[in-house]
Design a protein. Structure first.
Length: 305
């Protein structure tokens, strides 16, 4: 009997040891598989991809906060109740640790509400392909505001940002272009800000377009052509003035009677807006001539006064 009991105990110990060995092997296998799966995820993480656009602006927090404080204290003290720190936290929360191709309008909604402010009637100035000229004009003439002259646009102008699901949550190396993915942080932000800017417009609104572009001054694919035009409110906006500016000495590719401008006029007329189109709006042309005083176009311009 004792020998049989000892043999039984030995078998039990053997089975127990085998069970422990199997359990340890299973745990090791699980750890290896988890490591492989995690490694696989890192390989397809957006951070591992090289996007085509520049990465997040260095010192983004300081840039945004500095611009916000400058705007509400030095430029527009009437907006002194805006909380710049909350605005920054809201912007950061819209993209940090997120896939830069999966940004939604909802991500930016809190920011839009925190940073929005009234736009006085008759001051809204829209633009397409005239960025340098239109902003030189608004700097010299405080009677008009572009989107970049609002708090939202002023903070974000020429600044880049995008997130990444892995630490530190912000990609400083590269960000996706619109051609790589439509729902990237920059595209979604500017579309939302442009929509809000158009919805706020009232009275007479202006749009500055480039008559020296061979493909046409008005493009349906532009932010103005695809978003702003369709978010102007006919009940609030009385007239739309089109300023068609041609480069000094540049090609005169299109006038107010041109094909693309007529397409824009048709879109506006269908939405019951009154329209005035002017070739080379004189106050803006004079600003162009400041940089080209000896050019023939400018001499003719000054002789006509």
């Amino acid at each position: 009997m004792p020998m049989q009991q000892g043999s039984a105990r030995t078998r039990q110990r053997t089975v127990l040891l085998m069970g422990i060995v199997v359990l340890l092997a299973a745990l090791v296998l699980a750890v290896v598989l988890a490591s492989l799966l995690t490694h696989g995820r890192h390989e397809v993480s957006p951070k591992m991809l090289k996007w085509k656009d520049r990465g997040t602006t260095k010192n983004l927090q300081e840039v945004i906060l500095g611009r916000c404080y400058n705007y509400i204290t030095a430029q527009h003290p009437e907006l002194g109740d805006k909380d710049c720190l909350k605005i920054w936290e809201s912007l950061k929360g819209a993209f940090i640790y997120k896939n830069p191709c999966n940004i939604t309008a909802e991500d930016y909604q809190p920011l839009m509400e925190l940073a929005s402010h009234p736009i006085p009637c008759n001051k809204s100035l829209f633009w397409s392909k005239t960025g340098d000229l239109v902003h030189r004009y608004t700097k010299s003439n405080q009677n008009f505001l572009t989107l970049e002259d609002t708090l939202l646009g002023y903070m974000a102008d020429k600044v880049s940002w995008c997130g990444d699901p892995s630490a530190p949550g912000i990609n400083y190396e590269s960000c996706p272009k619109r051609s790589e993915c439509e729902s990237n942080p920059g595209s979604v932000f500017w579309k939302m800000a442009s929509k809000m800017f158009a919805e706020a417009a009232c009275g007479v609104v202006q749009v500055m377009l480039n008559g020296s572009i061979e493909a046409g001054a008005f493009r349906s694919s532009s932010i103005f052509g695809s978003i702003e035009v369709f978010n102007l409110n006919p009940d609030k906006v009385s007239e739309v003035h089109i300023w068609l500016m041609q480069d000094i000495g540049g090609p005169q590719s299109e006038s107010c009677s041109g094909h693309s401008i007529q397409r824009l006029i048709s879109i506006l007329e269908e939405r019951n807006f009154k329209i005035i189109c002017e070739d080379n709006y004189r106050p803006v042309q004079l600003l162009q001539c400041v940089h080209n005083p000896d050019h023939t176009d400018c001499r003719l311009c000054t002789n006509s006064t």
